[in-house]
Design a protein around this ligand. Structure first.
Ligand code: PGA
Length: 252
């Protein structure tokens, strides 16, 4: 059985104090919680304060990005050591906003994944197609390319620790969710790619999240699909009550 993983990506939202308040709110609801891994990904400035709040609870901390060097003259970047020092166990890699707004490539994603794994963090590797790619029937081809390049030279024992997030770009922040069937088809394809690249054990172990306009109302149907193991939640994770409802409905 794969353990569900529900992650909240706060993106560029919340001051330090707002982050602390949200963390306290979530901790009240999920101080102990056995049914799923719960991860919150605040902005960098809030990481260590949020870590102080959730440290002794079942909620885990994640970052939204990292750089692949350990230290040096890389103005504006954050290293894996710094993230671990701030209490992060997870890190999002290759979010579509990083790819589309900041020009991140599959090669960058590959370097970031490897450094996160080397430092014992769990990378959440985001992949997904644009609307025009879906409309022209290229979805699976795009996913295959992102997976092949992103996972290049990642050994099986490391690959199985990665969480893959399938996030169709047209569903992110648009209110337009993929249907459970569309999501399931993509997730199955991803799992089969993992089997082809590694083996049957990796196929069964790898956790694949869906992301894109996940809400309390649609999470249960998504989670009911065989190959959907969790969600990466943006907008609906900003509010403590809606994120808490998503977590609860995910494990019903
Ligand atoms: P959304 O964002 O839930 O606001 O659509 C998802 C994401 O970007 O991970």
């Amino acid at each position: 059985m794969r353990r569900p993983v529900i992650a909240g990506n706060w993106k560029m939202h919340k001051t330090v104090q707002e982050s602390i308040n949200a963390a306290i709110g979530l901790k009240r609801k999920f101080y102990t919680f056995a049914e799923a891994d719960i991860v919150i990904c605040p902005p960098f400035t809030s990481l260590s304060k949020v870590s102080d709040q959730i440290m002794d609870s079942s909620i885990m901390l994640g970052a939204q990005d990292l750089y692949w060097e350990e230290e040096g003259a890389f103005t504006g970047e954050i290293s894996p050591n710094m993230l671990k020092d701030a209490g992060c166990r997870y890190v999002i890699v290759g979010h579509s906003e990083r790819r589309n707004i900041f020009g991140e490539t599959d090669d960058d994603v590959n370097k970031k994944l490897k450094v996160a794994l080397r430092h014992g963090m769990v990378p959440i590797m985001c992949i997904g197609e644009r609307l025009e790619e879906r409309d022209s029937g290229m979805t699976l081809e795009i996913l295959e390319k992102q997976l092949a390049r992103g996972l290049r030279d990642v050994a099986k024992d490391e690959a199985v620790r990665i969480v893959i997030a399938y996030e169709p770009i047209w569903a992110i922040g648009t209110g337009r969710t993929a249907t459970p069937q569309q999501a399931q088809e993509a997730h199955r394809f991803i799992r089969e790619f993992i089997e082809r690249s590694y083996d049957r054990e990796a196929f069964s172990k790898i956790r694949i999240q869906y992301g894109g306009s996940v809400k309390p109302e649609n999470i249960a149907q998504l989670m009911a699909q065989e190959d959907i193991d969790g969600a990466l939640v943006g907008g609906a994770s900003l509010d403590v009550n809606s994120f808490a409802e998503i977590v609860k409905n995910a494990v019903l």
